[in-house]
Design a binder for this molecule. Structure first.
Ligand SMILES: Nc1ncnc2c1ncn2[C@@H]1O[C@H](COP(=O)(O)OP(=O)(O)OP(=O)(O)O)[C@@H](O)[C@H]1O
Ligand SMILES: [Mg+2]
Length: 322
């Protein structure tokens, strides 16, 4: 049975990793609640991948304790870890001589699922990731675009229905549009399947968009952790402030705030502004619409198109800034 949302699924307690004399990870402590998405960010070489790989024991930690679902990971055997933890990496690591279907089914086969169950699982995952079974099941990795291959990589990581998904810069090699659409897919999938995800990136925009919790690392240590809006509002030092965009922070914050949170009720005279925005759209989009149309207020509509409020330009400066 899975623990309830909110209880820690992954716990790192003063965890370190040395390679010889070099300390790659230096006493980090971290809790990842079940069903949440934690993003590790930081510049190259700060220890993100090492941290991730210690969680599935591709790398053994040299100090501290790592627990999954309350149990020390040293107690888990390899088969249990494979079943409980999916792993997706940049450039996918797909086996080049295997078809898409065979690649996705690799862990179920290792776990000795029967053929029918494996096939059913592979097909349902392909559907979940938006890969047409007819068109793609028999293709080989070199016949896929980068984005398609990345979807296969994520499907493969989910194959044995793991509780935990570790993702190491899974969208790092993609163009911005494909990357953005895979980020949206990941959020959509996550809202349905609620895995505990640890996601590594050095792209702060990706972190801000995906994370429930952001962990900022520098030189093997955690220098700040918090929700995206906490990190944006109160970066702990100049380094974090630079990471979150420095003077561009206002717009980044606006992109995290839905219009619905800032809107006001319609005026008594019932006059509705001509240009509208969805209440689920971001404040960043609202600003863009105001600039584009040269208006100082927008009508706010719900997804049925009904007007539910209005957004005056003034709202941007009244309560929004720090
Ligand atoms: N197998 C290894 N042997 C020796 N040193 C290693 C090994 N793996 C990683 N390191 C070192 O540990 C440090 C952290 O590496 P890690 O791969 O975790 O960084 P990262 O944050 O993932 O960086 P990037 O963003 O470039 O992927 C680096 O200094 C790296 O050189
Ligand atoms: Mg790395």
């Amino acid at each position: 049975m899975r623990p309830d949302a909110g209880t820690p699924m992954i716990e790192l307690d003063n965890v370190s990793k040395s390679f010889g004399d070099a300390v790659a990870v230096d006493g980090i402590s971290l809790n990842v609640p079940a069903g949440s998405l934690c993003v590790l960010v930081g510049t190259s070489g700060c220890g993100k991948s090492t941290t991730l790989r210690m969680i599935n024991r591709l790398i053994e930690h040299t100090g501290g304790e790592i627990r999954i679902d309350g149990h020390q990971i040293r107690r888990f055997n390899e088969v249990t870890l494979r079943r409980r933890i999916g792993y997706a990496i940049q450039n996918t690591g797909l086996f080049p001589h295997w078809t898409v279907a065979r690649n996705i089914g690799v862990v179920p086969r290792l776990l000795k699922w029967d053929k029918a169950r494996t096939r059913e699982r592979v097909e349902s995952l392909m559907a979940l990731l938006g890969l047409d079974v007819e068109a793609f099941a028999g293709k080989y990795p070199h016949q896929l675009s980068g984005g398609q291959a990345q979807r296969v990589g994520v499907a493969r990581a989910l194959a044995a229905d793991p509780d935990i998904l570790l993702m190491d810069e899974p969208f790092g090699a993609l163009d911005p549009i494909t990357r953005s659409s895979l980020q949206a897919e990941l959020l959509r999938i996550q809202s349905r399947i609620r895995k505990t995800i640890v996601f590594v990136t050095h792209d702060m925009d990706e972190a801000l968009r995906l994370a429930d919790q952001i962990v900022v690392m520098q030189a093997g240590r955690i220098i700040q952790q918090g929700t995206p809006s906490e990190i944006l509002a109160h970066p702990s030092d100049d380094f974090v402030e630079t990471l979150v965009g420095g003077r561009d922070r206002g717009l980044k914050r606006a992109s995290l705030t839905p219009v619905g949170e800032m809107m006001e009720s319609l005026p008594d005279d019932g006059r509705v502004p001509a240009v509208h925005v969805l209440q689920t759209d971001s404040m960043r989009l609202a600003v863009s619409l105001m600039l584009w149309h040269g208006v100082s207020q927008l009508a706010v509509v719900d997804d049925t198109g009904e007007t539910v409020g209005m957004l005056p330009l003034r709202r941007l400066v009244d309560d929004f800034g720090e």
